[in-house]
Design a protein around this ligand. Structure first.
Ligand SMILES: Nc1nc2c(ncn2[C@@H]2O[C@H](COP(=O)(O)OP(=O)(O)OP(=O)(O)O)[C@@H](O)[C@H]2O)c(=O)[nH]1
Length: 632
């Protein structure tokens, strides 16, 4: 064998060996993949029937000989089954989220202590995000279960305290304890309960779940207004005991607080001051809040500064709202209003963009005028130089003429000619300079005018922005500062207090059982109460104090340079003023009270910590009977 043939043979044997190695490696890999597939398919089993079926087939194909053909037939079916299964899984997730949300909302409709309500609300906020991840489900359910236990504990403890109350509230009298059914005189008590309870105002909110809102009218017919007050009071006597109420000197008959009586028992003859009259809203459900909704939307529409071309739409929408909004009209009206709000935002942005463009153009023109002025200045320097040059030439010509003159006559002629030339040069220069100065003065005038216009426009934009900013800090219903306004002022007062020291108090005030005012008299009445209370509080404060509506029926107060006792006295004045406000409904007196938590800033504390303390104090005030101040 030649050398060449030897080399080729060695090469061939080498590659054969390599080929065998590669084949062994591929077989090992294939085996690994097969086993992996079988295990994965087993792991994936149980989630969906169709997918399970495909997985079963997959395992058989892998174990068999016809893997290629089997797989290419199976894979499209498997893909479809997986897609369908995924869709079904998504639906199940949505159902889970909806179910948990429903359950949470049902719990939230119950009257619960603040901390439980707060925890439930926080839980509700994150349901979507958490319940959509299957691995989170056990934790979500565990948390819901613990919250539910808390709710049940609250309700359960009430049941022990007053057996039969829950049954009465929910109408489940069959389940009332035997002793209650047979107790002497219980029929009378139950008869009274049936009249009073639909109003949902009979018992302390913390002792009972919220009864569904009931219209004022049916109760009025069940227990006429002329019915002796004593009877109604008798119905709720045990409850009154749980919430001691300070006597109200302003009225001749005892005026129990709103939170201690059923609605019809809470109405007493009061002053007929129309300012404190609560508007009537007899219809239940949406229709009870419809005027409130329409009024708020109208208010919103009034606040919109509509661009000219959207004004007809605005007017048409206003007419629709003024005609009253029923449930079915509400959605299209909201849609149309949303369009207008977007139009205003858009036009505001366009107006601002237009202003910026105009400003840009003005600045460009301004720069142009400046460079013209600069050119004019260079020109005038140039003309002064040439004037100078000309003068020199004229004077040296004059000197030459004097030296060259042979006689007096020729000297005289030469001098006259030279002097004429000189005078011409001077007057021409004068003329040019005057023209130039006029031009410059004109330009300066135009520049000054432009600057003044720009300043004026910028000022009106600043004013507009400030106006908008101020509006954004005000609560439109009460006219007090809103939460944003509160944050701004709080920051300022805390900075001032940190710098100068002294005392700074923070109080949180909350209307007692405000929900019952809404439920019993309607949202319009609730709004009016809010407005009046805001005004009553505000007018009793010093200029340096600050009050804001923190949201809903909650107000916050900052009282600088006042010791804690002084602050407590001030709050007492405020609480008593509100309690004695002659609110009335259909000519009958309604007493409304506030609870408050008060605390002082201590060195090094953040406003969040202080606020939390005041809030906790308010919570204690609510728990220990309402219409009182607690210090934290
Ligand atoms: N009319 C009206 N009601 C409001 C407004 N903001 C919040 N509310 C209502 O205020 C009520 C507050 O109810 P809750 O937080 O349960 O408290 P509450 O009934 O005052 O009971 P306590 O605070 O425990 O004494 C809710 O019914 C809200 O709908 C508003 O701007 N106008």
């Amino acid at each position: 064998m030649t050398d060449d043939a030897q080399r080729w043979k060695a090469k061939y044997l080498d590659s054969l060996e390599q080929q065998e190695k590669l084949e062994r490696r591929w077989d090992a890999r294939l085996d690994l993949l097969r086993r992996g597939l079988v295990r994965s398919s087993l792991a994936a089993e149980g989630s969906d029937k169709a997918v399970d079926q495909c997985m079963q087939e997959l395992r058989e194909i892998i174990r068999g000989e016809q893997m290629d053909a089997g797989l290419s037939a199976l894979i499209p079916r498997l893909e479809k089954a997986v897609l369908d299964s995924e869709q079904r899984r998504q639906q199940r997730v949505e159902q889970n989220v909806a179910g948990i949300t429903d359950l949470t909302q049902q719990l939230l409709t119950l009257d619960l202590p603040r901390e439980v309500r707060r925890a439930l609300k926080q839980f509700a906020k994150r349901i979507d995000e958490r319940a959509s991840q299957p691995r989170e489900m056990p934790a979500v359910l565990a948390e819901l279960s613990s919250l539910q236990q808390k709710v049940l504990a609250v309700l359960g403890s009430d049941q022990v305290a007053r057996p039969g109350l829950l049954q009465r509230l929910f109408g489940g009298r069959d389940e009332a304890p035997e002793s209650e059914k047979t107790a002497p005189g219980s029929e009378v008590a139950e008869a009274h309960d049936e009249v009073a309870l639909p109003q949902s105002l009979a018992a302390d909110e913390d002792d009972q779940p919220a009864a569904p809102a009931a219209p004022a009218a049916p109760a009025a017919s069940a227990q006429p207004a002329s019915q002796p007050v004593a009877a109604a009071t008798a119905v709720v006597t045990p409850v009154v005991g749980s919430e001691p109420v300070a006597p109200v000197p302003a009225v001749t008959r005892p005026t129990p607080a709103l939170d201690s009586l059923p609605l019809d028992a809470r109405v007493f003859s009061g002053d007929d001051d129309p300012a404190y009259a609560l508007p009537e809203a007899a219809e239940p459900g949406y229709s009870a809040v419809a005027p409130h909704v329409a009024q708020s939307l109208l208010g919103l529409l009034d606040e919109l500064e509509l661009p000219l071309r959207h004004q007809p739409q605005g007017e048409e929408l206003r007419a629709r709202m003024q005609g009253g909004l029923n449930w079915y009209e509400l959605v299209p009206v909201l849609d149309d209003l949303a369009v207008l709000v977007l139009a205003v935002t858009d036009s505001g942005q366009r107006e601002f963009a237009g202003y910026l463009k105009q400003l840009n153009e003005r600045l460009a023109a301004f720069l142009g005028t400046l460079s013209e002025a600069h050119e004019g200045y260079s020109e005038s320097l140039e003309s002064a130089r040439s004037f100078n040059q000309e003068l020199r030439e004229q004077v040296s010509g004059l000197q030459a003429s004097v030296q060259e003159a042979a006689d007096l006559e020729s000297l005289k002629q030469a001098l006259e000619a030279r002097l004429d030339g000189l005078l011409n040069t001077v007057s021409e220069h004068q003329r040019q300079r005057d023209g130039h100065e006029d031009e410059v003065a004109e330009r300066l005038q135009a520049l000054a005018q432009k600057v003044a216009e720009m300043e004026q426009e910028a000022q009106s934009f600043r004013d507009h922005l400030e106006e908008q900013r101020q509006k954004a800090l005000i609560d439109p219903l009460t006219g007090l500062a809103n939460r944003a306004g509160w944050s701004e002022r709080l920051e300022l007062e805390v900075a001032r207090w940190q710098r100068y020291g002294g005392e700074l108090l923070l109080a949180v005030l909350d209307i007692d059982h405000f929900k019952r005012i809404n439920d019993g008299y309607g949202h319009l009445a609730g709004d009016k109460v809010l407005k009046i209370i805001a005004g009553e509080l505000n007018k009793r404060l010093r200029k340096t104090d600050f009050i804001a509506r923190f949201g809903g029926e909650e107000f916050v107060l900052l009282i600088p340079a006042t010791p804690l006792e002084g602050g407590a006295q001030l709050l007492q004045t405020l609480l008593s003023a509100i309690e004695h406000c002659p609110f009335h409904f259909r000519g009958e007196r309604v007493t409304i009270t506030l609870s408050a938590g008060l605390t002082a800033f201590a060195a090094g504390e953040s406003s969040e910590v202080v606020f939390e303390r005041a809030d906790q104090a308010l919570y204690r005030a609510k728990r220990s009977g309402r219409n009182r101040i607690e210090q934290g």
